[in-house]
Design a protein around this ligand. Structure first.
Ligand SMILES: Cc1ncc(COP(=O)(O)O)c(C=O)c1O
Length: 407
């Protein structure tokens, strides 16, 4: 049934059109399929269900309990985890709930620095995590742009953190979970793996699963996993109770049951054979773009990618990330500005851009389309573009996107 509120209906129509007419390379975004959107708009939104299956603080939860158990069991099966909590409302909140479960205020959290690819909720001073805990940042190696596990080990041995968090928002290389777990165990720290970006690639078998190694694994559900906005926390059996209690009643009230319905659907989709192809293609496409950028002399942090994303260092092109972002928007392409390690520019106008392939792979782009897209991006960021040039690229992209509608 169409929405009666014409103002909101019109905004939804325009946003759907904008998404359809934009070549989306924002690494954290994707297109949730119709079945996920339908679950999100279901009557589950009406139900209060504080507590957990079988132990609720409201009546009328017989069906909700089945739904939450379904989502939990699907999450456990897909990621081969001992325990799953599907109630966290977002990734940032899920991380904070994990810290609350594992640390006392003032204890040490070791995490990848934001400007080196980490996330705000991994101890940035403006975030609750940075204000409430003593943060020890590790960095990527200056020369290679990669995590240097020997340096991380040495740092952990000196600092003896309570929690080490591995995982990133803008790091293009596969993370060695096993080595992180060896380091964490040797210094008596918990290892938390934040796979928000790569969960879909892990679910599809294209990257390694941290569940056998990490004490706690957190993922958002709306990025490469292609679900609704939300998060899942996976952990070892011994931590199940402390994690559950930290989410509710420690951090949240009633779970968003309609989101959990959407998460259940997304988890089923991600367990299917064709999702394996999606995960594999997302990485193949990303590597094809990286190769093309290099042909144009554009530097990529760490020299390439093993995943769905890459960070381009535009210092040599003498163009800032913000300007590049704006020029690309004019051509119909969205990317996100990004800091590069040890950036001398500000996060609002940094030296790089982050590019990711999950969304356009969902729309059916293959290597051919991604290579052409990389050529257009390279021409825009390496050349002096007039408004007319951008218009020509815009027309080409509009034509291309018509063949790959958002479904
Ligand atoms: C690694 C990582 N962790 C956590 C989050 C936070 O997720 P949310 O935006 O759902 O709070 C993000 C989102 O970008 C992320 O990239």
């Amino acid at each position: 049934m169409p929405i009666k509120d014409t103002a909101v209906r019109e905004l939804i129509r325009r946003e759907a059109q904008r998404q359809n007419e934009t070549l989306n390379l924002i690494a954290s975004e994707n297109y949730a399929p119709r079945d996920v959107l339908e679950a999100l708009g279901s009557p589950f939104t009406n139900k209060y269900a504080e507590g957990y299956p079988g132990k609720r603080y409201y009546p009328g939860n017989e069906i909700v309990d089945q739904l939450e158990n379904l989502a939990i069991n699907r999450a456990k099966k897909l990621f081969k985890a001992e325990h799953a909590n599907v109630q966290a409302l977002s990734g940032g909140g899920a991380n904070l709930a994990i810290y609350l479960a594992l640390m006392q205020p003032g204890e040490k959290l070791m995490a990848l620095k934001l400007s080196h690819g980490g996330h705000l909720s991994h101890g940035h001073p403006v975030n609750f995590s940075g204000k409430n805990y003593k943060i020890i940042f590790y960095e990527v190696d200056k020369a290679t742009g990669r995590l240097d596990m020997d340096k991380i080990r040495a740092q952990a041995e000196i600092e003896k953190p309570k929690v080490i968090i591995a995982g990133a928002s803008a790091y293009a290389r596969e993370i060695n979970w096993k080595e992180f777990s060896v380091i964490a165990k040797s210094v008596g720290a918990y290892l938390v793996a934040d796979i928000s970006h790569t969960a879909g690639l892990i679910a599809g078998g294209a990257l390694k699963n941290p569940c056998p190694y990490a004490d706690v694994v957190m993922t958002t559900t709306h990025k490469s996993l292609r679900g609704p906005r939300g998060a899942i926390i996976l952990c070892k059996k011994e931590l199940a109770s402390v994690i559950d209690k930290s989410i509710f009643p420690g951090f949240q009230g009633g779970p968003h049951m309609a989101s959990i319905a959407g998460i259940a659907v997304a988890l089923k989709n991600a367990s299917e054979e064709k999702f394996k192809t999606y995960a594999k293609s997302t990485i193949i496409n990303s590597k094809a773009m990286a190769k093309e950028f290099k042909k144009f002399g554009i530097d990529i942090i760490s020299g390439g990618t093993d995943t769905h994303l890459m960070v381009l260092d535009l210092s040599k092109q003498n163009i800032s990330g913000k300007i590049a972002e704006e020029l690309l928007v004019a051509a119909g392409i969205t990317v996100s500005r990004s800091t590069i390690p040890d950036d001398t520019r500000s996060p609002m106008d940094p030296s790089g851009i982050r590019i990711g392939t999950p969304a356009m792979t969902t729309r059916g782009f293959k290597e051919k389309e991604f290579i052409r897209t990389a050529q257009i991006i390279s021409a825009i960021i390496t050349g002096k573009n007039s408004k007319k040039d951008l218009k020509v690229f815009r027309e080409e992209i509009t034509k291309l996107l018509k063949k790959f509608p958002v479904k």
